[in-house]
Design a protein around this ligand. Sequence first.
Ligand code: FAD
Length: 396
Amino acid sequence: MAGYRITESYEDLRKQVRAFAAEIVRPLVPIMERDREVRHDLAKAIARQGWTSATVDPEYEGLGLGHYAKTVILEELARENGAAAAIAQAGIIPTGALVHFGTDEQKNTWLPAIAAGDCLPAIDVTEPGTGGDVLAMRSRGERVDERTYVLNGRKVCVGNSHVATLHLVVVRTAEGSGGLTAFLVEADRPGISCPAHVPFLGLNGFSCGEVALTDCRVPVANRVGEEGDGLLVAHAASILYGRPNLAALSLGLQQAAWEGVAERVKDERLRVHQTIQQRIGDIHRRLITSRVVLYDAVNRLDNGLACDEELIAAKLEVVKAAETTTREALNVHGAREGLFVDHPAERRFRDAHCIEFPAGTSDFQRYRLSLEALGRRNRPLSERFATPRQRAEVPA
Ligand SMILES: Cc1cc2nc3c(=O)[nH]c(=O)nc-3n(C[C@H](O)[C@H](O)[C@H](O)COP(=O)(O)OP(=O)(O)OC[C@H]3O[C@@H](n4cnc5c(N)ncnc54)[C@H](O)[C@@H]3O)c2cc1C
């Protein structure tokens, strides 16, 4: 049954990721914060770890560790740096979609390449005029002959936009809710391009940018699922992978924020204040409840239990907690430390806010939960697509 569990093997995995983060990510953080440019080297280093394939079966050379282990990986990366974790999570979402919707040929071609770090994928759904409302998208795919589609349109806020070697693009091939279709588009295929990278509020080093499709010819063999499956592909990827991934990032940021606060309040002059003690109590409470809510949800997923609502609630809860905790941490650090751009507390505060948007804003999560609560349910995607698995084995 589902439940929050800590095992030695997960803790070993945690140590492995922590060591990578300290050795490879940490030295890059000041440079990423200063330059605000896309870090291709970091994306490659993360891809090479194989973590993007954490939930991919060993049959396709994936790690086969499951969602719980994947959560440990993302939490630990985010504890060090939000951008590093964002790179990994943005690759995990389309990988998950390929696992559930790809043809044998697509899986045999791409999943081993992802596992080896030779391919880092992105999922391209959002458009200038549509975020949460996926059905409002305007990018189009037109079948021009027996073997070819031509794609045209503009995607924005695509995670890993500038570092991905493969894009899972969802476009409109017909009108209505059954009119979206997903395609694999290799980044070097003529007709797909990325305009100059524009940094935003946080997650410096991560590319979350625009992808343009201009008469991009794509073979029918690159279609993922059937024509009309695009909405399901996008929703399943977002619920089963996006929501828990982003909650894991928010958990890692909270953990790091707490550690920063703990260090700061070693100063006796601060600890004596009741207001500081109250804040510490709240930060600790949010960290504990976030951990329980998230790990319980992914454990359910690993066990093949219906848990769409738990995954949505986990995203809502943990993201909100991270936003509050990183803001409170700034207060505890005080202006002398917290407000300066080279202090990690300030970076975490910005990063935590960026995580509110992907896989749907908190408003959108509440809306989705209200639909579930009011009984407007379809068969849960978690039940439909999750592979039951018992305790995942983590390699030494
Ligand atoms: C760090 C980051 C990574 C991202 N990664 C990807 C990616 O890999 N691929 C991709 O395709 N996109 C990605 N996105 C885009 C992301 O999915 C969108 O930002 C998200 O869907 C919300 O869309 P929006 O920002 O356009 O807001 P909108 O959906 O336009 O919402 C605007 C406002 O209306 C509110 N609102 C909208 N709908 C509802 C509703 N039904 N109920 C209540 N309130 C509502 C929102 O809360 C918000 O306040 C990423 C974004 C960020 C910031």
